[in-house]
Ligand binder design. Structure first.
Ligand code: GLY
Length: 436
C-alpha cells in the first residue's frame, strides 16, 4: 500500500489526484487543502483544510498518516520550505526544496542562472533594487520592455510595454511603486512571438519531457483583456503545437535540461519535481519567459489526462532518482481544456453563487477548482471554477467536445469559446509568419 500526500486543492490538484487514483497500485491518497474541492473529497482518504504553507503543520500531517511520498501542487508551499520539511522526515517530495524553487520564486535568480551557466534563451535584462540606472536601461530597450516584480505575485507582478505600460514615465512610476513596497525588480527586453509551455519530470539528474501545450492567459476572446491564471490550453495528438517547428521544441527541451544541470551544480543537489518552462518562439528562436517549479494550471489537465504510464511509478522514480529507467508514454490524443470562471473574473469575481453541472453528462474529464459543495449545492468561491478537457484525434475534435461540455456548466460564469478553434490557431500561425 502506497500512502500519498497531495498538497493543494484546485483543478490542477484534482488532475493530480485523478491520475494517482488511476494507478493499478494499491494506494491511499491524503490531501492538505485550502478548500473543500468536491472532486478531491470523492477520491481522497482524508482531506484537511489548513495552512498548506506551514512546513511544521504539513510535516505533522505527513507523520500522522505515514506518508510515503508527497506532491506539492502550488508554488507558495515551495517558497515556504514545505519540500525541505518533508525531506527532513524522509518523505520524498515531488516539488523542489526552497533554494531550488527560486527558479520560480525569484525572477532575478533565474535570469542570473541562465547567464552564469550560458544557457540559451535569455533576453537582455538587468536587475534593480533602486532607481539607479533604470532610465538608462529603459532608453536602451526603447519601446520593448517588461518590468517584473522579483518575487511571487500570483501572476500580477509583470507589466509589459504596450499592454500595461504606455511610456517610460509609466514604467518608472511602476518601478517606484515596487520599490515603495520593498520589492526588487527586473527589467528585460519584451519578447514578441507565440508562447508555449514545456513541462519536464525531473529526478535531480534525468528529465522526461511532457507534450508541449499552449495556455491563454488573457481573460477575453482573441487574447484580449486582463491577465488571468490561464483560461484554457491545448496540445496536439503528436504532442507538438501547430505553430512550432521541431527545432523550437528541441531547444526548449535543451534549455530545461541545462537548467536542471545548472541547479544541480549550483546547489550540489538535484531538482526533484516538475520543471515548467514558459517559452516563446520568436524571430530570434526560442526564448525563456519564466520558469515555474510545479505543474501548470490548466496545463496539468492536458497532460495528465493522456498519461499512459502509471503516475505512482513516475513519482517514485522522481524520488528515487531513476527516471531514466522508466519509459514515460502519453496517449496520441489532442487535448483542449477550457475553464469556466466567475463573472467579473479576474478583477472582481463574484462569489457565493450557485453553479449547476447536472447537464454535463461525462464528468470523467471535468475538474473542480474554486468551488465547494454546500447543502447539496455547488457554490463558487471566487476564482476559476470548473475546467473541462476534450480529447480527440485532432485539436478540432477535442475543441468541439470541450466547448460542448463547458457550455453546459450553468451559473454566473463565462469561458473563452475561441480556445482551440481552427480560427484562433490560424491567427497564431499567421502571427508566426508575420514575425519571420
Ligand atoms: N498556466 C500558467 C501557470 O500555471 O502558471
Amino acid at each position: 500500500m502506497v500512502r500519498i500526500l497531495v498538497i493543494g486543492s484546485g483543478a490542477r490538484e484534482h488532475a493530480i489526484v485523478k491520475a494517482l487514483s488511476q494507478s493499478k497500485r494499491a494506494k491511499k491518497i491524503y490531501c492538505l487543502a485550502s478548500n473543500h474541492n468536491p472532486g478531491l473529497i470523492n477520491i481522497c482518504e482524508d482531506i484537511k483544510i489548513d495552512n498548506i504553507n506551514d512546513p511544521d503543520l504539513v510535516k505533522n500531517y505527513a507523520k500522522k498518516h505515514e506518508i510515503d511520498f508527497a506532491i506539492i501542487g502550488p508554488e507558495n508551499p515551495l517558497f515556504n520550505g514545505v519540500a525541505d520539511a518533508l525531506w527532513d522526515i524522509e518523505v520524498g517530495t515531488i516539488g523542489p526544496k526552497k533554494n531550488l524553487a527560486q527558479i520560480e520564486t525569484s525572477k532575478s535568480f533565474t535570469r542570473n542562472l541562465l547567464k552564469e551557466y550560458k544557457i540559451p534563451g535569455c533576453p537582455k535584462y538587468k536587475t534593480f533594487k533602486d532607481m539607479d540606472g533604470v532610465e538608462e536601461f529603459l532608453s536602451l530597450l526603447g519601446e520593448d520592455y517588461v518590468v517584473k516584480y522579483d518575487g511571487l505575485a500570483g501572476g500580477k507582478g509583470v507589466k509589459v510595454s504596450g499592454d500595461h505600460l504606455h511610456s517610460h514615465k509609466e514604467a518608472i512610476l511602476y518601478c517606484k511603486e515596487l520599490i515603495a513596497k520593498g520589492g526588487p525588480f527586473v527589467i528585460e527586453r519584451k519578447l514578441v512571438g507565440e508562447e508555449f509551455s514545456l513541462m519536464s519530470f525531473c529526478d535531480g539528474q534525468n528529465l522526461s519531457h511532457m507534450p508541449v501545450v499552449q495556455d491563454h492567459k488573457r481573460a477575453y476572446e482573441n487574447d484580449t483583456g486582463p491577465n488571468t491564471g490561464g483560461m484554457g490550453t491545448y496540445s496536439d495528438s503528436d504532442h507538438k503545437l501547430p505553430f512550432l517547428e521541431d527545432s523550437h521544441i528541441k531547444l526548449a527541451q535543451k534549455i530545461n535540461e541545462q537548467t536542471a544541470k545548472a541547479l544541480n551544480q549550483k546547489f550540489g543537489e538535484g531538482y526533484k519535481g516538475i520543471l515548467y518552462g514558459g517559452f516563446i518562439a520568436t524571430n530570434a528562436g526560442v526564448q525563456l519567459i519564466e520558469y515555474n517549479a510545479r505543474f501548470g494550471d490548466p496545463e496539468a489537465m492536458n497532460v495528465l489526462s493522456i498519461l499512459d504510464t502509471d503516475f505512482i511509478d513516475i513519482c517514485e522514480s522522481i524520488v528515487a532518482g531513476n527516471l531514466n529507467m522508466l519509459d514515460i508514454v502519453f496517449k496520441n490524443l489532442a487535448t483542449v481544456c477550457k475553464y469556466a470562471v466567475p463573472d467579473g473574473y479576474p478583477d472582481n469575481p463574484i462569489k457565493g453563487e450557485e453553479v449547476d453541472i447536472s447537464n454535463v453528462k461525462n464528468k470523467d474529464l471535468m475538474f473542480y477548482a474554486s468551488v465547494e459543495r454546500k447543502k447539496e449545492k455547488l457554490i463558487q468561491i471566487g476564482s476559476r471554477t470548473i475546467a473541462i478537457v476534450g480529447h480527440g484525434d485532432s485539436i478540432w475534435e477535442a475543441e468541439q467536445i470541450a466547448e460542448k461540455n463547458i457550455s453546459k456548466v450553468k451559473g454566473p460564469l463565462f469561458h473563452r469559446k475561441d480556445i482551440g478553434t481552427t480560427e484562433l490557431i490560424q491567427k497564431k500561425l499567421n502571427h508566426m509568419l508575420s514575425i519571420k
